[in-house]
Design a protein around this ligand. Structure first.
Ligand SMILES: [Zn+2]
Ligand SMILES: [Zn+2]
Length: 182
C-alpha cells in the first residue's frame, strides 16, 4: 500500500484536519500522480457535512485534481512518468457495459461509476479518497492530459466546475447565433 498524507473530515461535525491513510499499489492499468493543485468545489462542503446523503468517513474530499505522474502500470499506454495529469469526479467504472462502451461511464450499469471520494472502489468495500492529499492512484481511462502551457492552479477547477458547464454546451451544440436579437 502507498502511504498518503491528506486532509480529512472524521465525521460531519468536525473540520478538515491532517490525516494519514493508504492507497492501493499501482496496478497494471493505473496511473499514480503527485497532486500539485486541487480545487475546492462546493460539493466538497456538502459531502463532508452529509447534506446530500450519509457519507463514508473519514472523508478526504477533492475532485478537481492536477499533478505530475510519478508511476504507471505495465499496461498504461498514454501516460509516462513526468507527464502532467488531471482527474475529476470519477475514477473508475466497469468499462464493459453498454453505457461505458459509449463513453457514458457516469451511467455505468454495473452499480454506477466509482466517484473520486465518498464512494467505493470496484470491490464495493474499499473507500475512495480525493484530492486534498499528496498523491493519488487512478485507472488510466479516468486521467486526463494537462498542457504545460496552462496555469495549473487555474486549470484544476476545470475538472469539475469547468466540465459541468462545458459538457452541456457542447452536447447541445450551443453556438453564437447572430440572428437571435433581430
Ligand atoms: Zn459500466
Ligand atoms: Zn465539483
Amino acid at each position: 500500500m502507498i502511504p498518503v498524507k491528506g486532509y480529512a473530515a472524521q465525521d460531519p461535525q468536525t473540520d478538515l484536519a491532517p490525516w494519514n491513510f493508504e492507497r492501493r499499489e499501482v496496478g497494471p492499468y493505473d496511473v499514480q500522480f503527485e497532486i500539485l493543485f486541487c480545487g475546492v468545489c462546493h460539493s466538497d462542503l456538502h459531502q463532508i457535512k452529509n447534506d446530500w446523503f450519509p457519507g463514508i468517513f473519514p472523508m478526504v474530499p477533492g475532485h478537481e485534481i492536477v499533478g505530475r505522474v510519478t508511476k504507471v502500470g505495465d499496461h498504461v499506454k498514454n501516460f509516462k512518468v513526468g507527464d502532467l495529469a488531471g482527474t475529476g469526479c470519477m475514477v473508475d467504472s466497469c468499462q464493459v457495459c453498454e453505457n461505458c462502451k459509449k463513453d457514458l461511464e457516469q451511467y455505468c450499469l454495473d452499480g454506477g461509476s466509482t466517484q473520486t471520494y465518498n464512494s467505493y472502489e470496484r470491490d464495493g468495500k474499499t473507500p475512495t479518497y480525493g484530492g486534498y492529499s499528496n498523491t493519488i492512484v487512478v485507472r488510466e481511462e479516468f486521467v486526463l492530459h494537462i498542457s504545460d502551457k496552462l496555469d495549473l492552479a487555474a486549470t484544476a477547477p476545470l475538472l469539475c466546475a469547468g466540465i459541468t458547464t462545458y459538457s452541456p454546451l457542447r452536447h447541445w451544440k450551443v453556438a453564437r447565433a447572430t440572428n437571435w436579437l433581430f
